[in-house]
Ligand binder design. Structure first.
Ligand SMILES: Nc1nc2c(c(=O)[nH]1)N[C@H]1C(S)=C(S)[C@@H](COP(=O)(O)OP(=O)(O)OC[C@H]3O[C@@H](n4cnc5c(=O)[nH]c(N)nc54)[C@H](O)[C@@H]3O)O[C@H]1N2
Ligand SMILES: Nc1nc2c(c(=O)[nH]1)N[C@H]1C(S)=C(S)[C@@H](COP(=O)(O)OP(=O)(O)OC[C@H]3O[C@@H](n4cnc5c(=O)[nH]c(N)nc54)[C@H](O)[C@@H]3O)O[C@H]1N2
Ligand code: SF4
Ligand SMILES: [Mo]
Length: 883
């Protein structure tokens, strides 16, 4: 069977890289960057280059399930329609809701939104973008009169100042970050500033890092606005011709942040550093301000966004090359979801519920019998309404709210109470699926067909390259089949994603007359062939759009009623969750380089779990001392809402009094490692976005009596101990620990895995090793090693793939099996280079990332590990000097 190559788009972050995928009849067998895609020009980051390892039919959801039993699609969909109709009949349309995702394709999203808001007649449709981008949506709408992201990636090549606010682009938008690195290398006079409480990998590129007190961003941007006025750096002509609200905005900036020394004190940054930033901002025309979750995920995120936009409007720095406020979107189709109106307060095609005219227009276009008349519940409110029993049926699609919403214990209670929970999902095991009454298997990346829009408003095709496994179906198909069963055949009789896309494009131009910035009406007549061959294209795509990069606001026209952009008065607010004597630590949460959200896909690739294999708690040395925890010890953060367990990582990249935890771990991968359980569901009053960056908790060490590693051929259900799981190539590896000793390891093994055929017990120093071997094949091995003298994991993993001879039996019991140099963190995931090898090379004289690359190849593919390589060199050089 031959292989084929085709172009598609990466399903992870909002950079939206083009991918060339090679497939056989069943699966993707190799991927590389698409050299013709303008977002990445041939490059891929670690996650993108591991795509073929995270797709494929294993661990997939293969058949629909109703109340725990598998059924064919007909029965599943008939049952779903009957149950939904019964609930609507009894409690009205407002008793049903959908919770969607920025990982759906635009076409899936469009029909889901249309079914709910126009036909079922409920606006209770919200999406995980609420947790992600909704503060930016509010900020853009307030400032520009539309959810309009003004910048393009090529602006990076022209900017002279790049300010990153609450963004760890080095890990989370790696290919874009590489473009910033290249721009800086081409011209070292370009300035880069990072504003983040942590010294992240992104700090590597920064000339200046402001490790601000969490939540003080608006203070800093207000200070910049006040300074711009004071130093005569305003663009008066632009302000007069194209904006409104300047005086009020300036007044509140001056009132709250007129004194730089005071701002520096409140934001807890050195005054000289703040002055430097203010200087650069006042004097650099081509300034780009990137912002992401450090700004959005805040109880005053919308105002923070406007405080940033204010500075760009006051200087006229947008709508021209190399400048503007640039929101880095997270999910692959965060932008597409905003275009179709997936949020509960949006309608479709950038119209919302604010004007009866919009509701009427969309209703006429859809020929909708039951148009929702007012906005629905935003995510956190939606789950509260479920808890109250007001919403009886919830359809969750392509998101894992039991992990990603704040206060996950409460989310669980709400879903347990909910009469009908429907989950559309690709993977067989997720925390949310465990609570579903009706389970619908969805096709996934490489199988589904449609479009996504990236951070620079560029629409790209994701292409269906292989057939979905088992009974899995496309999300748009599932929604339309249900709609037909509910009596809406005509409105949902689409034959293909292309068919849906054309309608979406037509709606964007419908009675638009330049009143809405989102307009792709020139694509409304695209043929099926044209859709299949569609090249990545930035919107607007309409009759007026010029050739080349369409630049929003180049003509100074905005989409507010007056046509002028608005500056907003911003009063900086402190976070709502405040540490106190009971819960003294501020809890920050976010992403790590090699994992994607709740790990359902990236958690399948062994190599992506080697950079960080366990949930952790990053903490400053002084706090570690204060709370009595040691590096690599297990510990627990806890508060009135929940618990989070992870391994301590002492780091001076953290501010004292604050800890950082990853958002990724779930019940599928560890016991009590879900970050969301610690965050209170407090939200921004305008956007409804939760404050997922500023929780609070107390910390206590977990006094474990033993730690063990268990490798088994097939995953196990482990209860009663702390555990984490990592899939390897031929087996699954667990770390286990407990505070109560095991009286008899042989009994323990027998209960959990089977009778050992090999064992070694060294009571004098607490070592225990046992393995189960059947038919010359290793079935499991348990290693209890107080001094952590573990054999190399790769070597152990290998043993599961071959016959076990006498020699290997001996080695399995030996204190150190071969190759123990190869444990340690996987720094370069592309070329599988671990920390010990890198340290060895540094010890032998490699003194730059380039030298390490020449020797070991690390850092020479996607470059995501370059900041860590440099950090290792830096730290090691210091140790040398002190030695
Ligand atoms: N590897 C990887 N990449 C991803 C994802 C992933 O899961 N894994 N997810 C994608 C998605 S959906 C998103 S939304 C993006 C998110 O991309 P980012 O926003 O870059 O991601 P985070 O790590 O959540 O948060 C960014 C930073 O905000 C900082 N921060 C916390 N509080 C404050 C504050 O008060 N002020 C400031 N200025 N900074 C603060 C944190 O310390 C953190 O370093 O990443 C996308 N890319
Ligand atoms: N504490 C804390 N919480 C956070 C954040 C944080 O920084 N800190 N960040 C927030 C942000 S920005 C985001 S974006 C969210 C992300 O949080 P989630 O959206 O909950 O995370 P994912 O793991 O991406 O969930 C997507 C699910 O959809 C499935 N899936 C993938 N593709 C498809 C498909 O095509 N169809 C269907 N039906 N299913 C599919 C996946 O297997 C997975 O189970 O988390 C938010 N929560
Ligand atoms: S940068 Fe984002 S879109 Fe590009 S390959 Fe990496 S995860 Fe995929
Ligand atoms: Mo996100």
């Amino acid at each position: 069977m031959g292989s084929m190559s085709n172009r598609t788009t990466c399903p992870y972050c909002g950079v939206g890289c083009g991918v060339s995928a090679t497939t056989d009849s069943q699966r993707v067998i190799a991927v590389s960057g698409d050299s013709e895609h303008p977002a990445n020009r041939g490059r891929l980051c670690v996650k993108g280059s591991a795509l073929h390892e995270t797709t494929g039919p294993e661990e997939r959801l293969l058949a629909p399930r109703v109340d725990g039993r598998e059924y064919g699609w007909n029965i599943a969909l008939d049952t779903l329609a009957t149950r939904l109709e019964a609930i609507i009949h009894r409690h009205g349309p407002e008793s049903v809701a959908m919770y969607l995702s920025g990982q759906l394709l635009t076409e899936d999203y469009y029909v889901a939104n249309k079914l709910m808001k126009g036909f079922i007649g409920s606006a209770h449709v919200d999406t995980n973008s609420r947790l992600c981008m909704s503060s930016t949506v509010v900020g853009y709408k307030r400032a520009f009169g539309g959810d309009l992201q003004p910048c393009s990636y090529e602006d990076i090549d022209q900017a002279e100042l790049m300010v990153l606010v609450g963004s760890n682009a080095a890990w989370n938008h790696p290919i874009l970050y590489q473009r910033m690195v290249a721009a800086k290398a081409a011209n070292p006079d370009r300035r880069v500033v990072l504003i983040d409480p942590r010294r992240t990998a992104t700090a590597d590129l920064a000339d200046l890092h402001l490790a601000l007190k969490p939540g003080s961003d608006a203070l800093i941007f207000n200070a910049i606005l006040a300074a711009l006025a004071q130093r005569g750096a305003l663009d008066e002509a632009f302000i007069n011709a194209h904006t409104e609200g300047f005086d009020a905005a300036l007044e509140s900036a001056q009132a709250t942040a007129g004194d730089l020394a005071e701002v520096a004190r409140q934001a807890d940054v050195p005054l000289a550093d703040l002055e430097q930033l203010v200087d650069w901002f006042c004097t650099t025309e081509r300034a780009l301000t990137f912002f992401s979750q450090g700004v959005n995920q805040s109880s005053s995120g919308s105002d923070k966004v406007n405080s940033i936009i204010n500075c760009h409007l006051a200087t006229g720095r947008l709508g021209r090359p190399g400048m503007g406020p640039f929101s880095l979107t997270g999910q692959p189709n965060a932008m597409g979801g905003r275009e179709v109106g997936g949020l509960a307060n949006q309608l479709a095609a950038h119209m919302d519920f604010s004007q009866p005219e919009f509701i009427d227009r969309v209703g006429r276009f859809w020929q909708a019998p039951n148009m929702a008349q007012q906005e629905g519940y935003k995510a956190v409110q939606l789950f509260e309404a479920i808890e109250r029993g007001e919403i009886k049926a919830l359809w969750i699609m392509a998101t894992n709210p039991l992990v990603s919403l704040p206060d996950t214990n409460r989310v669980r209670r709400a879903l347990e109470k909910c009469e009908l929970v429907i989950v559309s999902e690709c993977m067989a095991h997720t925390d949310t699926l465990e609570l579903a009454d009706i389970v619908l298997p969805a096709s996934g990346w490489s199988e589904k067909n449609g479009t996504v829009t990236n951070s620079e408003r560029r629409i790209s095709r994701q292409r269906g390259l292989v057939p979905p496994p088992g009974e899995a179906k496309h999300d748009w198909w599932i929604i339309c089949e249900l709609a037909k069963r509910m009596g809406y055949r005509e409105a949902f009789d689409y034959t293909s994603p292309a068919d849906i896309f054309r309608e979406h494009a037509r709606l964007s131009g419908f009675e638009n007359n330049r009143s809405r910035g989102f307009d792709i009406s020139a694509l409304a007549e695209l043929s099926d062939e044209g859709y299949d061959a569609l090249k990545p294209i930035q919107w607007p795509v309409n009759e007026q759009a010029p050739e080349g990069t369409p630049r929003l606001f180049a003509d100074g026209h905005f989409f507010t009623p007056s046509g002028r952009a608005r500056l907003l008065p911003v009063t900086p607010q402190a976070p709502k969750q405040q540490p106190d004597s009971e819960y003294p630590l501020l809890v920050n949460s976010g992403r790590i380089r090699d994992q994607w959200h709740t790990m359902t896909r990236t958690g399948r690739a062994a190599r992506l779990l080697q950079h960080h294999a366990e949930p952790f708690i990053e903490i400053h040395p002084t706090d570690a001392e204060r709370f009595g925890v040691e590096h690599l010890q297990l510990a627990e953060l806890h508060n009135d809402l929940g618990h989070y367990r992870g391994r301590i990582r002492i780091s001076d990249q953290q501010r004292p009094g604050e800890v950082f935890i990853p958002m990724h771990w779930t019940r599928q991968f560890t016991q009590q490692g879900c970050s969301g359980s610690l965050f209170a569901p407090v939200v921004d009053p305008f956007s409804g976005q939760p404050e997922s960056k500023q929780g609070r908790a107390a910390l206590r060490p977990l006094q474990m009596r033993w730690e063990a590693r268990l490798l088994v051929r097939k995953p196990l259900a482990i209860e009663g101990h702390w555990w984490t799981r990592v899939p390897l190539s031929h087996c699954t590896s667990y770390r286990l620990a407990d505070s109560t000793p095991v009286a008899n390891w042989r009994d323990w093994c027998e209960a959990l895995t089977g009778t050992p055929s090999l064992w070694l017990e060294d009571l004098s120093n607490g070592r225990y090793r046992a393995a189960g071997i059947s038919n010359q094949r290793l079935e499991w091995i348990l290693l209890v090693e107080p001094n952590q003298e573990l054999p190399d994991l790769d070597w152990l993993d290998e043993q599961f793939s071959r016959e076990i001879d006498l020699d290997t039996r001996r080695q399995l019991l030996a204190a150190k099996a071969p190759g123990d140099q190869a444990t340690g963190a996987m720094i370069c995931s592309c070329f599988q280079v671990r920390e010990p090898a890198i340290l060895a090379a540094i010890a032998e004289g490699a003194d730059s990332a380039q030298a390490l690359g020449e020797q070991l190849k690390c850092g020479t593919n996607c470059g995501s590990c370059l900041p860590e390589l440099k950090e290792l060199i830096k730290v090691h050089a210091i140790t040398d000097k002190s030695a």
